[in-house]
Design a protein around this ligand. Structure first.
Ligand SMILES: [Zn+2]
Length: 138
């Protein structure tokens, strides 16, 4: 079923009509089978059905917007981490363990590690999380 916006030429009422297809809508209007909901006139016009055209472009636009927002958020997280945590590079697993097992040296760190090391760390009960990382814009 497709919904079309219809309008009455006699009283300018706008209403919606459900049809099996655009073709069926056109032919029912032509055969005066579609009546105005207000004045029962059969002089009905099918309005340009914007929804079908609009939905796709809106959707594309939203994805673009969401991605931009997401990149912005990721950059914010990155900035926060860089300002508040010590960078340990690829020594992350080593440093995370050292901090975990030596309570006197608790400090936030960030760096990189392999996926399997990450699983090991989590299994050892070490509190680590993965965040998306993004390169700075040039
Ligand atoms: Zn009417």
């Amino acid at each position: 079923m497709i919904v079309f916006n219809l309008s009455c030429k006699d009283c300018n009422t706008y209403f919606e009509g459900w049809f099996a297809s655009a073709k069926s809508c056109d032919s029912q209007i032509k055969k005066n089978m579609v009546k105005c909901v207000t004045c029962s006139s059969s002089r009905i016009t099918k309005e340009l059905s914007r929804p079908n055209v609009g939905v796709k472009s809106d959707h594309d636009l939203n994805i673009e917007k969401v991605l931009t927002e997401l990149k912005k958020k990721v950059r914010e997280v990155k900035k926060f981490v860089q300002e508040n945590c010590d960078y340990v590079g690829d020594q992350f697993a080593y440093e995370a363990r050292r901090i975990h097992y030596d309570n006197s040296k608790k400090k936030p760190i960030y760096g990189s590690t392999s996926k399997s090391e990450l699983i090991n760390l989590k299994e050892e009960g070490i509190n680590v999380s993965t965040i998306p990382w993004i390169e700075d814009e040039n």
